[in-house]
Design a protein around this ligand. Structure first.
Ligand SMILES: Nc1ncnc2c1ncn2[C@@H]1O[C@H](COP(=O)(O)OP(=O)(O)OP(=O)(O)O)[C@@H](O)[C@H]1O
Ligand SMILES: [Mg+2]
Length: 653
């Protein structure tokens, strides 16, 4: 870039010659005349230089030379150019040429090399000096260090461009307005939101462009607020270029100078159409929910995130006979039965803190003052974003249910009590017949004991006779013990205990037990038992109970007349055991049908009506059936089936 010094020097020489030839003054004279001037230039506290009309360097003051580390000779001609950064020189020369050609003042910026090799920015300025006829006789120039200024300018430039970027890329539409509401500048989002290119809006009144007719007045009111230094923050409607309207949130502020004078106004718009629509949808869905909740046949409530109730549906308020205002917060607790308040809190708060569903029962006072049992269930609610939003729950009046449950419980208790009574009365029967049976062996044993004594008290004790009597005594006692054991087996235990049994054996046993009673009532008992009957898996005591119930019923049906009771057992076609208890009694009344199996159904003054109901339950629990049929002649027959024991449960297996 830089010209070789030799060329500069040559051209400086030639240029100097041409110039000089036009002057009458000799170089010596000129030097003499200019010497004091150079002295002055050297004293100036800045970098000063002079050049010849053709642009060749002529003189640089001492400061200039000191700064660059160059000598006066080196700057001559175009030599001065080497004091500048090579990249800046072409521009510098071009400008210098223009100034020379146009004889106008010169100004350029370039980086100048300091003696230590460091470059700094300088502003180089020069003005021409003319003679009396206006010819340029010399150029005088200065170099001013503008490095700091340059840096500051660059920084400012950067900041401005950053602000510009922010302005342009803001997600909100921004319009900069003059104090008269004329648009000075708009950003990209403004163009996107309203459809106007910047060129179409500049210097136009904002009200003419995007404010719908209906909003003009309020918009003008906003302008007045801004004039008085206020700010405006509203949600309003604006109009796009295509005429459609848009919901916006508007923030308008005025920017002022330090002295308080309004300079510009900023209007910042955010598109809230989406939010408005979502709000509308939410309102709609809330209205729908409200409608549904009010129609629902349950009491519905909701809490906020704080656990306090903030909503009750119409059925709740009607049930309580109170207003929403009375019930919200903790107001509803006034309706909880004082004894249930604590358990109510214990049911809700732990679940609430753990954000878990909960369910509890308590008494809630109805509008008429009656406490009603309710079952309350609640679950946590979450917003669309997954944030906890409180609880929602429902209450159902379960008073009737509770009462029915209590009634069922009472009946069940009664049934158990009566079943026990049934057993006990069965025991009574047993005791009566067994007392008779036991009496015999005991009386015999007594007789034998007496004979034994007699044999042994003889002068010559008859030991053989005594032994015989004692053996008989053992037999009698064993027999009595067996009878007692049978009784014991009847009330041994309450729980079901299944074993593999021979049903015929149990039938015979019961016949023995009831024989005495039958004799007393002139009833004959006949048994027709199938010897090939398979065993059953059953509870012995329960089977005895069924048989005894059926046989006692048969007796009771025949109290007024002599009769016959027959018990048969056989194997039915489907491989089950079939036991039938038949009597020649009064028979079944027409139309009673299955009712005789209902608990508490009785036609007897002393009856509990539990016998058949208990018996059917026992048979069914063994997988069998129990039913009644009328006899062709007199009386009724009760049948029950039992499944034969599976091979696995037989002892042989
Ligand atoms: N063999 C029978 N002949 C005619 N009626 C019968 C016979 N067995 C039962 N019944 C009728 O069925 C009713 C119900 O019998 P169930 O054994 O359940 O109760 P109950 O005999 O009346 O009283 P409980 O057995 O508790 O003393 C009897 O009251 C009776 O009317
Ligand atoms: Mg009975």
């Amino acid at each position: 870039m830089q010209h070789p010094r030799s060329i500069h020097k040559t051209s400086a020489g030639v240029g100097g010659q041409d110039q000089r030839s036009r002057f009458t003054e000799s170089p010596k004279d000129r030097e003499r005349r200019e010497l004091p001037l150079r002295g002055v230039m050297d004293t100036i506290p800045g970098l000063v230089w002079s050049a010849l009309p053709d642009g060749h360097g002529e003189f640089c003051n001492q400061r200039w030379l000191d700064y660059t580390g160059m000598s006066l000779n080196e700057i001559k001609g175009w030599g001065w150019a080497s004091a500048y950064y090579s990249e800046d020189v072409p521009n510098l020369r071009a400008r210098w040429q223009i100034a020379l050609a146009g004889s106008t003042s010169f100004e350029a910026e370039a980086r100048m090399r300091r003696a230590d090799g460091c470059y700094r920015w300088f502003l180089i300025q020069a003005v021409p000096m003319r003679d009396s006829v206006g010819r340029i006789i010399r150029w005088y120039g200065t170099n001013t260090d503008i490095e700091e200024l340059k840096l500051a300018q660059e920084e400012l430039q950067k900041q401005t461009s950053r602000l510009d970027q922010l302005f342009e890329q803001s997600p909100e539409a921004v319009a900069v307005l003059s104090t008269e509401d004329r648009i000075v500048r708009v950003n990209k989002e403004f163009t996107r939101m309203f459809g106007y290119e910047p060129g179409e809006v500049l210097q136009r009144q904002i009200n003419d462009l995007i404010v719908p007719e209906a909003e003009i007045e309020t918009s003008q009111a906003y302008s007045r607020v801004l004039q008085h230094g206020g700010r405006v923050e509203v949600e309003t409607v604006r109009r796009r270029k295509d005429g459609t309207e848009i919901d916006v949130s508007l923030l308008a502020i005025s920017v002022r100078t330090a002295s308080g004078e309004a300079v510009v106004n900023y209007a910042i718009y955010r598109d809230i159409t989406g939010r408005k629509r979502a709000e509308e949808r939410l309102r709609e869905s809330e209205a729908r929910f409200q409608e549904m909740a009010d129609m629902a046949p349950v009491l519905i409530w909701m809490t906020g995130t704080d656990g306090l109730c903030n909503y009750f549906n119409k059925p709740w308020l009607e049930f309580r006979g109170r207003t929403l205002e009375q019930e919200v917060g903790t107001g509803w607790i006034e309706g909880v039965h004082p004894d249930d308040v604590q358990s109510c809190q214990d049911g809700f708060f732990p679940a609430y803190h753990a954000r878990k569903p909960f369910s509890m029962e308590y008494r809630l006072r109805r509008a008429d003052g009656e406490y009603r049992w309710v079952i309350e269930s609640g679950i946590p609610r979450y917003s669309g974003g997954g944030e906890f939003a409180g609880y929602i729950g429902s209450n159902i009046d379960i008073t009737e249910l509770k009462q029915a449950e209590a009634e069922r419980e009472r009946l069940h208790q009664l049934e158990t009590d009566l079943a026990r009574i049934n057993r006990v009365s069965m025991m009574g029967e047993l005791a009566a017949s067994l007392a008779h049976e036991i009496k015999q062996p005991i009386a015999a044993a007594l007789m034998d004991a007496k004979s034994c004594l007699r044999w042994l008290r003889r002068d010559t004790p008859d030991v053989a006779g005594g032994c015989e009597a004692a053996l008989r005594m053992i037999n009698d006692a064993t027999h009595a013990a067996e009878v007692i054991e049978r009784v014991r087996s009847l009330y041994r235990r309450e729980t079901s205990d299944r074993e593999v049994l021979d049903v015929n054996e149990i039938i015979q046993e019961m016949i023995i037990v009831l024989r005495e009673k039958a004799e007393r009532n002139l009833i004959s008992i006949r048994a027709a038992l199938d010897p090939g009957l398979p065993p059953v898996t059953a509870d012995r005591v329960q089977l005895q109970q069924v048989l005894m119930n059926l046989m006692l019923n048969a007796f009771e049906a025949m109290t007024d007349s002599k009769g016959e009771l027959s018990v048969t057992s056989k194997c039915s076609e489907d491989g089950q055991l079939l036991v039938s208890v038949s009597d020649s009694g009064i028979g079944l009344a027409n139309g009673e049908g299955d009712r005789i199996f209902d608990a508490f159904f009785t036609t007897k003054a002393e009856g509990t009506g539990m016998g058949l109901s208990i018996s059917r339950k026992i048979v069914e629990s063994h997988g069998g059936r129990l039913w009644a049929s009328a006899n062709r002649g007199r009386g009724a027959t009760f049948h029950f089936t039992l499944p034969a024991a599976v091979a696995l449960s037989s002892p042989a297996a």
